[in-house]
Design a protein. Sequence first.
Length: 644
Amino acid sequence: MFSKRQIEIIELLLRNPDGIFGSKISDALGVSTRTIRNEISQINDLLKDCIHSSNKKGYFINPIHVENLKRFVQVNNPIQTYQDTDSRIYSILGKTLFNGAQNIYDLAEQLFVSEQTVIRDINKLKRVLLEKYHISNVNFSNNCFQILSTEDDIRYLLFRILKEKVLNNNTVYLKDIQTILNNHFDIKEYQLLKIKIKNYFYTNKLIVDDKSLELISEAIYIVIIRNRYDYKIEGKCTTLVNNTINSLIDELIQLGIEIEENDKQCLNTFIWSIKITHQEKDISNQDISSVTFSILNEFCREILEKYSLDLKESEETINDLKTHIEYMVRRIDTNYELTNPIISDIKKEFPFSYEVAMLIVHIIYKYKNRYLSDDEISYVALYIEFFLQSKNTRLKAVFINDTSTGINKILFNWIQRNFQNQIEIVVRLSAFSLDSYLQDHDIDLIISTDIITTEQEIPIFIIERIPENSDYHSLYHLVHDLKMKNKYKKLIKRMFTIDYLEIYDKPVNFDVLVTDMSKKMYEHGCIYNIEEYTTDVLHREENYPTIMGKHIVVPHPLATFAKKTTVSVALLKKPLIHNGEKIKLVFLLAIENKMDDDVSAVFHFIKQLATDNEALTSLIGAQSKEEFIDNLERLTKLFLGKSY
């Protein structure tokens, strides 16, 4: 029905369901593009409407024919001919890894190509091994090719290739893996192994997605095949980081699977970067390293400072990024970084998000001494884009119309072009209508071309006719300051509440006060143990006093961490003497075991408060809890934007 070359074309199209251009098909088969067009025309004569073509995708198979053609190819082309370059390279790699040194003449005969083609393929394979996988211990001399790497390096290579194939949505990746394993791949045996691994996860209430299950199962099967053909890891297993995988391997060994104790190291290293969670809880803060918290906090801070975008407005974004960065760090540590099949689309469709994500590069280098790959950066960009599309809180602005319609359009477009992610112009008004509109609407900013007055305390930004660079920088800094103020307001509202505030009219002892405040924290589920917490606080205070200014003390423990970061406040109408100072305000801190910029912001706020007598007097003079909180929130207008 079809010629050998036509079957090869169909195979290539089946491997590239999203399309492949004629030039690539011709290169793979070593014929002209004209010949490819003629062959495809003959295929379509036999099977009407089988192969379609597109300027954007190239050639692709009509979906209604895909399954029938797969079955046809399996029946009519059971002997692989390796006509495309990738298939030949995988075959050369597989033969070399399992049979040792390979002679180019034998390879040419087995692959049905010329010796010159084999030489070109081997040279390409050498480049890929070196540049992509950092495998340099290869030798190509006297017409023989061999890989001299250790078994550890070979398994690393196989795992890397596996990960790329699975994560790049390669629908025929099993065929490629079979070739790389020199056809020592039994699909039924693999499926049985996969069922056993799946049952282990189910029994232990562990969750992995489908691709992760494929990766874990395939990696273990690769180890089994290597062991079966006596390619084993020498030396003892050293560092094991994943108890879950250790337990899985132990169970498989008990079931008679061909895995050895020394295999745990390479499997641990590979699977450490794959997300495995428990049914009853997602990855918790205890599973997140302190390095990840540091990276995330610095990343959020730099985005806020440079782009006035506060990722912490979205708890969902922060949690997603926290998990992603943790596994990204693990991938960096184990050299199993991701490839991203849609990286070009991300750069094209979300250029601003990609630019924002670039800020994480130097932070990663600071902690890991490694530059992040473009692929990894593009994954971070997706979280930024989600935040921008669904969670980012833009400043609500009123645009005051100029008398010139042309000027209005120029200014409006300039704002949209330069500040689309920071400013939302909710309405365009005349100056005459402004006050009445502000009575019923909450607005963050007013933008105008002329000096105007309003009864509301709202910042006014004036652009004098055609905007210049100075206007951009001035508005940028104003937006940044307003964003910081909004962030700080939310922080104060979250950290300082009536539930954790007490006003003491009678004298009180410092130790008794700390114990009393600790009890309230415990009752609200903020700390684990009252005695342990208070002992640590008082011990620290005895050795390292936390007095700020003349009237404030900020006691907190040295080593005891909390369930929830909390600030408990005591307003003392009768000052207590502590380390020679008359203390009137006590801010008792309970701090979680994680990096948190919000805690730093609280310290900064209290420090500013301690040095501002007028502000301190307003707080100390409060007669009720409600008045204290109101005064505290009012002070954010004075402090924010000064130097946070």
